[in-house]
Structure formats: structure tokens, C-alpha cells
Ligand binder design. Structure first.
Ligand SMILES: [Zn+2]
Length: 471
């Protein structure tokens, strides 16, 4: 994601890169080294969500909804189901169609006692009915804007940052992935735009329509999305390197349809470039939806600021950044907030890569030098210290170090390894961890086989006082 106000700031040195991380690292590497608190997903796996937004009242700024969550226990003798739902009022809870009277909801915790404990592998269907005014902060959450409403899946201030819980009960972390179907009932002529494919629009015969969206691939909660309002779709098609035609849908305000062609003129060349670097586009749709705030990389349905759809290329870097998250963040998700540079540092790196892809390597170098200059001069000031990339404090999860220093480190990896070794290793990383999460150590281990020297990545790039050379 990218807060546009961040763009006017910017970015450090490698001297403390991964210093904190060294304390977390033990002899055996892998997922478990992620820096995190205990998670609901340690005990329960959410398999699927069916979210029904029966009413979104833009006048009162409220929603009325129910969500069906299919869950599988990861432990034995589980005698309660614990989900998160922020602020909203719970009206009823059912487990396998049986009403549960003695549930407790102390926001965000929704605790549902089970009459029969679940054992490992047991599944349960939980239906939660709820209503109220959804949570939002300055950036993330569920927002109303005039006759429009939309969610942004993370909050920069909220800790933890995940804000699926702002609009549906869930296991709200970066690790748990599930399948989504979303049903939204709206007064005509409003439309609902969600991730995945629009399967049908049911005319209810009472002046309302119900939009039914389904996403083929699994995602973590923060990448689920909905935006409603009077949208017009500007459709096109992208022919993937696989030969498959992938639909593109850019949903904008009716008055903005004429601006789409100018602002997104290079969308297909940028998709071509990303495919050449990182492999086939991994989702069923390329999608943007115009919103009052953004930008946010919801899977196949990027929330993209109204102001950035202006008919020219001035914000091309922003839609390229968000598009690259379909690989870095959405396909492979950071395992914890402390690993956020795997999402954001790589997306900023892709701001360089798209420039090289469509404008040439000189454009890449020019942009890189600007970013490098700013990292060295400003990141430690903006983030109040020289921070290691991994295990960053929550208040700086979305700060300059993660974004801009993360980009510079990724560039340095590319330069150190060389393109012939770097890009195959990145593709292998994406393939290994697709539809999954990865830790910083997972990335290191994925790149390590292609490192040009025996001493490798750790000692050359990620240690204090590591050597590096500008491209
Ligand atoms: Zn981003």
C-alpha cells in the first residue's frame, strides 16, 4: 500500500541492516523465525469466508451484515472459537446452524463457546450476524465518502495493522489465508466492486441488486475488499505470457471514465514487464477501483485514489507499485509486520523495475539514485534511528526504512547477484511461497543458492558494515 503523503517524504545506510534480526535468528532457518506475537491462526485455520453485506447505509455510515466462516481446528480439545470483530455489534452467532446464546464480544474479541470440543482437523461453520458503524482510522478501515463506501485492509496506526476485522469477523493476521465470496445488496444504481470475478447481479425486484463476487485464490484478510458507489467499469484485456486472456477492470466515477486511458496508458506494457521479470501474472483479474483514499493492493481490486486518475502519467509509479504487490504481498505475503519489507521494499523496487521495463535502464538508474540519496540522508531522521529491515517497531512498519531502504537493499541484491542469477532466484522464491507467507529468512534461503560467492548474502549484504556497490 502507499499513502500518498509518504511520497513527499523519503529515505539510510546499511550499517544496521538486520542487526535486530540477528538476535532472532537461530541455527535452523524458516518460518518460525518471524517476529510476532501469538496468533489466533495458531489454533484455527479459516478456510473460507462468505461475507453478506445486506445494507451499506452511506447516510448513517453503518452496515448490516452476516458472515459465514468455515474453520478447521489445528489443535485438540478446542472448547471455544475465538475470532476478531472490531467495534460492530454482534446480533447472533450460530455454529453448524445451532444458535449460540452465550457468546461474548468484547471488541475485538468474539469468543464462541463450543458444546463439543474440536480436535485437530475438525471443521465448523460459524455464522455471525452484526451491524453498526465500522471502524476507521486516518487511513485504514472502512470508510464512507459521500454516496461511496470502501475498505482499506490495513491501518498504519492500528496495532496489529490488519483491519479485516473492521468489516467481518475473522482470523486477522498476515498468515491465515482463506477463500472469499462476497455478496453486497445495494440500491440501484450503485454497484459493488470486490476482489475476483463478478459472478452475477441479482435484481431483487425492490429497487435493490445483490452483487456476488468470488475470488479463485486464497488471501489473508487484509487483501479482501469491497467498494460501493456509482461506478463505471472501463474494461480491457491483457494477454498473459501463458496465452491466457486476463480481464482488466478499472472502476471509476462516471465522470472519470475519459481519464482512464491517459492515466493507465502503460498498464499492459507494465504487466508485460512484470511477467518477464517475475513470471505469469498470478491472478484471475487485473483490477483497480477508484476510492477517496488509497492506494491499497487488495487482491485483483486495488483501491486507487480518485485524484490519481487524472488523465496523465503523473501517478504511473503508484499504480505500478500497487500492481507489483500482486506478486510481492498478495501472492507471497510477509509472515509478520516485522517482515513488511518483503511486501513494501519489493514494491518500491518494482517502481524502479517498471521504469526500466518501459523507459529503459537509464530511467531506472536515475530513480534509484534519487531513492538512494534520500535513504542515506533522511530515512534515519524520519524513522527516528537507523533501523534494521527486519523486526521494525510497529509505528514504523509502513515507514521510510521498510519502503525505501527495503528497495535499496533489493536493488543491491540484484546488482550483487546479477540479473542471470537474481531473477531466476526471485521466481523460485515466488513459486515456493505462492499462496503462502514468507519470512525474511525464507527469502534469504531462497536466494542463497544463486549467490555468486560461498560467503553469500548474509555476510555481504545483511550484516552490519556489509559491503555493497552502487549500480
Ligand atoms: Zn505498497
Amino acid at each position: 500500500m502507499k499513502n500518498l503523503t509518504f511520497f513527499s517524504l523519503v529515505v539510510l545506510s546499511f550499517s544496521t541492516l538486520f542487526v535486530q534480526a540477528q538476535h532472532q535468528h537461530h541455527a535452523k532457518c524458516g518460518h518460525k523465525q518471524s517476529f510476532e506475537r501469538s496468533l489466533l491462526s495458531d489454533t484455527l485455520d479459516a478456510l473460507s469466508y462468505e461475507i453478506h453485506l445486506n445494507e451499506i447505509n452511506t447516510s448513517f455510515k453503518t452496515i448490516d451484515a452476516y458472515t459465514i466462516v468455515n474453520l478447521m481446528s489445528k489443535v485438540d480439545n478446542l472448547d471455544e472459537i475465538k475470532l476478531e470483530l472490531l467495534d460492530l455489534t454482534v446480533d447472533g452467532v450460530f455454529v453448524d446452524n445451532q444458535p449460540i446464546a452465550d457468546f461474548e464480544h468484547n471488541s475485538p474479541w468474539l469468543v464462541i463457546p463450543l458444546s463439543t470440543p474440536m480436535n485437530t482437523g475438525d471443521e465448523a461453520e460459524v455464522r455471525v450476524e452484526y451491524h453498526g458503524e465500522p471502524f476507521y482510522e486516518g487511513w485504514g478501515g472502512f470508510h464512507f465518502s459521500g454516496s461511496y463506501a470502501f475498505n482499506l485492509g490495513v491501518g498504519f496506526v492500528s496495532d496489529p495493522h490488519n483491519l479485516g476485522k473492521a468489516w467481518f469477523p475473522c482470523i486477522d493476521d498476515f498468515k491465515d489465508r482463506a477463500f472469499y465470496e462476497i455478496f453486497v445488496t445495494l440500491d440501484e444504481p450503485k454497484k459493488a466492486v470486490c476482489g475476483g470475478t463478478l459472478l452475477e447481479v441479482v435484481n431483487n425486484g425492490n429497487g435493490t441488486n445483490t452483487y456476488h463476487w468470488k475470488l479463485e485464490n486464497d488471501i489473508p484478510t487484509y487483501l479482501a475488499s469491497v467498494a460501493i458507489g456509482e461506478y463505471e467499469n472501463v474494461p480491457s484485456v491483457f494477454e498473459s505470457m501463458t496465452g491466457e486472456d486476463i480481464p482488466i477492470g478499472i472502476y471509476v466515477k462516471p465522470n472519470d471514465t475519459s481519464k482512464v486511458a491517459g492515466s493507465f496508458a502503460n498498464l499492459i506494457p507494465i504487466l508485460d514487464a512484470f511477467e518477464s521479470y517475475f513470471g505469469p501474472y498470478p491472478w484471475e483479474r487485473v483490477g483497480y477501483v477508484s476510492t477517496a483514499k488509497g492506494a491499497m493492493e487488495h487482491a485483483t481490486n486495488i483501491a486507487y485514489p480518485h485524484s490519481s486518475i487524472n488523465g496523465n502519467l503523473s501517478n504511473e509509479w503508484l499504480f505500478a507499485h500497487e500492481l507489483s504487490h500482486m506478486y510481492f504481498g498478495d501472492l507471497v505475503t510477509c509472515g509478520s509486520a516485522g517482515d513488511m519489507w518483503l511486501n513494501e521494499g519489493w514494491a518500491v523496487f518494482c517502481e524502479l523495475m517498471y521504469r526500466e521495463g518501459i523507459y529503459g535502464v537509464d530511467e531506472y538508474r536515475e530513480e534509484y539514485r534519487d531513492k538512494h540519496f534520500n535513504v542515506l540522508h533522511k530515512a534515519h531522521i524520519i524513522d527516528d534511528g537507523y533501523l534494521a529491515l527486519y523486526g521494525i517497531p510497529a509505528e514504523y512498519t509502513y515507514g521510510e526504512t521498510v519502503y525505501q531502504k527495503g528497495c535499496i537493499v533489493t536493488h543491491t541484491l540484484r546488482n550483487y547477484m546479477g540479473d542471470d542469477l537474481f531473477f531466476p532466484a526471485v521466481k523460485a522464491y515466488l513459486e515456493t511461497y505462492q499462496s503462502n507467507y514468507a519470512s525474511s529468512w525464507d527469502l534469504r534461503d531462497a536466494l542463497q543458492p544463486n549467490m555468486p560467492t560461498q560467503t553469500g548474502l548474509k555476510s555481504h549484504l545483511w550484516m552490519p558494515n556489509g559491503k555493497w556497490k552502487p549500480m
